[in-house]
Design a protein. Structure first.
Length: 73
């Protein structure tokens, strides 16, 4: 089974405040699950989430792809 991380561990991993981890999780932006009322996170899910964020940022900086511009016209 994959290692389960605590809110504190995820905050350290992402270099953010614990409140940010809670906020992102409660909004459904960060994948997590509760065990006995406490949030836990799979390490593989965190790694995948970081990769998706990196892809989203790269896409945002590139702008709208030419194919999508044609579809809107």
């Amino acid at each position: 089974m994959d290692q389960a991380l605590t809110v504190k561990e995820v905050a350290l991993l992402l270099q953010v405040d614990e409140k940010t981890v809670y906020r992102l999780t409660q909004k459904g932006d960060l994948p997590g699950f509760k065990v006995a009322g406490a949030w836990r996170f799979k390490r593989a899910d965190m790694d995948a989430w970081v990769e998706r964020q990196k892809t989203a940022v790269r896409t945002a900086f590139r702008g709208t792809p030419k194919d999508k511009k044609k579809e809107r016209n």
